[in-house]
Design a protein around this ligand. Structure first.
Ligand code: SAH
Ligand code: SF4
Ligand code: F3S
Length: 457
């Protein structure tokens, strides 16, 4: 039976006496973190509580990622650990969730008999029913069906206390970049209602969360009944008491002027844009199916910087895409020189089974990929430092997020342009917005001192 978006979740029986425990390990992007919180809320409604240690849980789940080979390898090694736990405690339920479920189901069923449950990202509502069934059933259960409708609009995630609440606003991706597995693991694009999202964000603010991050595989292609992403952002920005709003991951194609103007209009929307370049050569961009050219991307970055002064722009870069020549790679470096990103996530191209690019017959040698990766990282380090040096002497509003890793006498928090700043605690408290004067810039973080408690927004 397929549940539809409109069907409300009902606990199956009174589970108030259930003493069972769960443990979830999450790999991959923030969408997976948010999905694990949804799964936790389903488990808690069944009376499960969180185990403090993996090997003591009655049910162990791994929420998986398939974006690059390395991500999959990490999950495989974890599964080896679960196998050992199951040998010791045969009643433990082992569940594989998320983006690897689809591609791994045959392998898991044939070679990993200790896995009891395999659920893809659109099948989590089945979990309570399965956990009950599992006690009388020894067969593995698999559901990796992808839905055109499921957005879990009526399910509130179970969040641990913190500063930032992740809120999924749309699921899936229709862009089909030729390197990317996401459209296959997550299915077609679909968005939640503005009302559902605003309700969830309002509750998160009431529960003490200071920052909201709106999430989607393609967050800015959000669309619900003629409402676009900038309409949604404006609605969330007006929630009483909200201090900061971020969003990720956008696609350059859907970066509209209205969106930038909305960001400018509301002080609560952080002044930071993630703008994934992937590559600088037009031929490679076309082969990647990225839908923009090098010039278009540079123009967009310029527009962003002129509409949003002091904005932070970060990016994603892939080196060694099939057929990428040295000259084409240098165009990536050239765009980096022109845009001077504030930070970048850099990746070696990793062939994913089932994607178009994995079938191209001009795959790049690993040694060349590694060499290009090192060059991209080196150049980005220089740009990050240059951008950070520009902030020396300025006063920045920082949200106090956590204790510095280096010293218990210092706080760490971010500027609204998404840069980490370390400073002596003084009388500042966690969750407060404070004004910090920047004294020193390093490649990874900035250092400064407390001027005053801002409580700006
Ligand atoms: N929707 C986002 C990206 C999500 S995946 C966007 O379009 O920007 C996050 C990043 O992983 C991508 O931006 C890309 O740089 C990287 N990535 C995706 N598939 C990859 C692959 N096969 N090999 C290497 N990096 C990849
Ligand atoms: Fe993958 Fe492209 Fe979709 Fe981003 S836009 S998730 S890179 S297919
Ligand atoms: Fe990984 Fe799936 Fe996210 S493949 S990056 S967990 S959408």
């Amino acid at each position: 039976m397929e549940l539809t978006q409109t069907q409300q979740y009902q606990p199956l029986t009174d589970k108030s006496t259930n003493t069972k425990t769960y443990f979830i390990e999450t790999y991959g992007c923030q969408m997976n973190v948010a999905d694990s919180e949804l799964v936790e809320s389903l488990l808690k409604k069944e009376g499960y509580s969180q185990a403090t240690q993996l090997d003591q849980a009655d049910a162990i789940f791994v929420n998986t990622c398939a974006i690059r080979e390395h991500a999959e390898e990490k999950v495989h090694s974890q599964l080896g650990r679960y196998d050992l736990i199951k040998k010791e405690k045969p009643d433990t339920i082992i569940g594989v969730l998320g983006c690897m479920a689809q591609s791994l189901k045959h392998d898991l069923l044939e070679n990993k008999p200790y896995v009891d449950i395999i659920l893809g990202p659109d099948s989590y509502r089945k979990l309570p029913e399965l956990l009950n069934r599992k006690t009388v059933d020894t067969e593995s259960f698999v559901d990796t069906t992808l839905s055109r409708f499921e957005v879990y609009d009526d399910l509130f995630p179970s969040r641990n206390e913190g500063i930032n609440a992740w809120i999924s606003i749309m699921r899936g991706c229709d862009k089909f970049c030729t390197f990317c597995i996401v459209p296959f693991t997550r299915g077609r694009e679909r968005s939640r209602s503005i009302e559902g999202i605003v309700l969830e964000a309002t509750k998160a603010v009431e529960d003490g969360f200071t920052e909201i991050t709106l999430l989607g595989q393609n967050v800015n292609s959000y669309r619900h009944e003629k409402q676009e992403f900038h309409h949604l952002l404006a609605s969330v920005a007006q929630i009483p008491g909200i201090k900061r709003i971020r969003y990720t991951s956008p696609h350059p194609q859907d970066m509209t002027r209205e969106l930038l103007e909305t960001m400018l209009q509301y002080e609560t929307i952080c002044n930071s844009v993630h703008l994934p370049l992937q590559a600088g050569s037009d031929r490679i961009l076309k082969r990647m199916n990225r839908t923009y050219s090098k010039d278009h991307f540079i123009q967009l970055a310029n527009d962003i910087r002129s509409i949003l002064p002091n904005v932070g722009i970060s990016t994603d870069i892939i080196v060694g895409f099939p057929g990428e020549t040295e000259e084409e790679f240098q165009e990536t470096l050239e765009v980096m020189e022109i845009v001077k990103f504030d930070s970048a996530f850099n990746f070696k191209y990793s062939p994913r089974r089932g994607t178009k690019a994995s079938e191209y017959d001009d795959q790049i040698d690993e040694v060349i990929k590694q060499d290009r990766l090192v060059r991209v990282i080196e150049l980005q380090k220089k740009h990050t430092l240059d951008r950070n040096l520009d902030l020396i002497g300025t006063i920045q509003t920082i949200l106090v997020e956590k204790e510095s890793k280096r010293s218990s006498l210092q706080w760490a928090g971010r500027t609204d342009s998404n840069k980490w700043v370390i400073f002596d605690k003084g009388d500042a408290n966690i969750r407060e917005l404070v004004s910090i004067k920047i004294n020193e810039a390093r490649c990874i973080s900035l250092h400064g001192h407390l001027i005053k408690k801002a409580e700006a927004a």
